[in-house]
Design a binder for this molecule. Structure first.
Ligand code: SF4
Length: 436
């Protein structure tokens, strides 16, 4: 009899990759993936608590399974990730959703398979949470990301931005051994992956916890020397830690993409101080100048938060002027929501109408810039890694700078690098034809 699993993933790329590790443990036990709740024997929720709406969506979707669990007693429902790692959340989940079988946290995700074995053997529902992280390099990974392979280089975060819960649920920075990372990447390339994306909450501090200096630049240099044609990306960079060495190695190494995600969060130095970001508006702008002087065509993207408790209209206008000045390729914009355990949650909060008005103005501005930047590409020819088939003979992929391109082809081009002439642009998407 075939057994199936379904994983519902919320949040960032880190969570997407961690779901690949949960999947690896399920595949190892003979389960097969499915998207159908009714077919699944195990349903896992890998949750996020960075923002309020991700939490609410997860609660809603867990609650919706009550009926299914009643009809299919053998169904195992497990919930893990950042949300469950917060103090008190497991108890609340037990009360609200008594039908959940397994509750686990971010620190013991690598034991999920054993927890499932226990649940099936003993028949008892249980919660398993530990309060610190230790590296486990022996977790099987079932990659689901097409041509791209995610590779963690560092876990946790030491920064304690005042709005952010990540350091509270993912612990302090723990870097992986360089040789272990290089071996994993070589395996991915041997398996046919064409792009490697290095992951960490703050990739620039890779190696600091091991007493190494310039370790991230040196890691990039070593990875880029691996044989074969592939692309290398990384995320996320922290503006206080991004160094010239890293930008130099990006500029001088063709297989490191000219693409950097550099979250600014606010254009106001005073708000950045209240956020404990440890850089100023001027420092951020000097980084942008440094990147563009060395990599003129670098695709720079960012995260911007509006509605932080101390943000005044004047502060917000500084964010708008920074956006106009930098001209990001795209920006992930979001409204601040108070997170348990964080200092900013205790500050007097801004009115929701003020936040809504600011996010609308910011999105309008960024959309205009994104469209202008996309339109500038029309007529150009870009090398695109074909990542997905999205319709009959329609494929999509990204340029080196990270621009999304759709194009048609009568041939299967998945996983190949192709030159595409861009003939139109819509918002952040480019459309073109294969250049022969
Ligand atoms: S750098 Fe700041 S925003 Fe990013 S994960 Fe760490 S605490 Fe959170």
């Amino acid at each position: 009899m075939k057994l199936y699993y379904k994983i519902n993933t919320y949040g960032c790329q880190m969570n997407v990759h961690e779901s690949e590790k949960i999947a690896g443990q399920l595949i190892e036990r003979g389960y097969l993936p499915t998207d159908d709740d009714n077919l699944a024997d195990v349903i896992v929720f890998n949750t996020c608590c960075i923002r309020d709406n991700a939490e609410r969506r997860a609660f809603g979707n867990v609650g919706a399974l009550k009926k299914l669990k009643k009809a299919k007693k053998s169904l195992i429902i497990a919930i893990g990730g950042c949300m469950t790692q917060q103090p008190g959340v497991a108890d609340m989940l037990r009360q609200k959703f008594p039908f959940i079988d397994i509750i686990f946290g971010t620190y013991n995700l690598s034991d999920f398979g054993k927890m499932l074995d226990d649940r099936l053997k003993n028949g008892k529902k249980f919660t398993s949470l530990i309060d610190s992280y230790s590296l486990n390099e022996n977790v099987p990974i079932y990659r689901t990301s097409g041509t791209n392979a995610w590779v963690n280089i560092i876990y946790g975060c030491n920064n304690f931005c005042t709005y952010c819960i990540v350091p509270h649920v993912r612990g302090r920075e723990t870097s992986r051994d360089k040789q272990v990372i290089l071996d994993e990447i070589k395996r991915c390339l041997d398996e046919g992956y064409k792009e490697i994306t290095l992951l960490g909450q703050n990739v620039n501090s890779y190696g600091n916890d091991r007493g190494e200096t310039n370790a991230f630049a040196s890691l990039l240099a070593d990875i880029s020397k691996i044989d074969g044609k592939f692309r290398l990306r990384f995320m996320t960079s922290h503006p206080k830690d991004l160094s010239q060495d890293v930008v130099d190695i990006m500029a001088s190494t063709p297989n490191i993409c000219n693409n950097i995600h550099l979250p600014v969060q606010s254009g106001s130095t005073s708000v950045l101080k209240d956020m404990n970001r440890k850089y100023t508006r001027e420092h951020y702008l000097s980084l942008i100048d440094m990147i563009r002087s060395k990599i003129p065509n670098c695709g720079i993207t960012t995260d911007i938060m509006v509605g932080f408790p101390t943000e005044t209209e004047e502060d917000f206008l500084q964010t708008m002027s920074l956006v106009e000045q930098v001209r990001f390729l795209s920006a992930f914009t979001f409204v601040y929501s108070p997170r348990n355990l964080t200092p900013a949650a205790k500050m007097p909060q801004l009115d929701e109408c003020v936040k809504k008005d600011r996010i609308t103005r910011l999105i309008d501005l960024q959309n205009e810039i994104t469209l202008q930047e996309s339109t500038r590409c029309v007529g150009g020819v870009y090398e695109v890694l074909c990542e997905d088939k999205v319709g009959d003979n329609i494929y999509c992929g990204r340029t080196d700078e990270g621009k999304l391109v759709s194009f048609s082809s009568d041939y299967d081009l998945l996983g190949q690098f192709v030159n595409i002439r861009i003939d139109s642009a819509k918002h952040s998407a480019l459309f073109g034809k294969v250049e022969v």
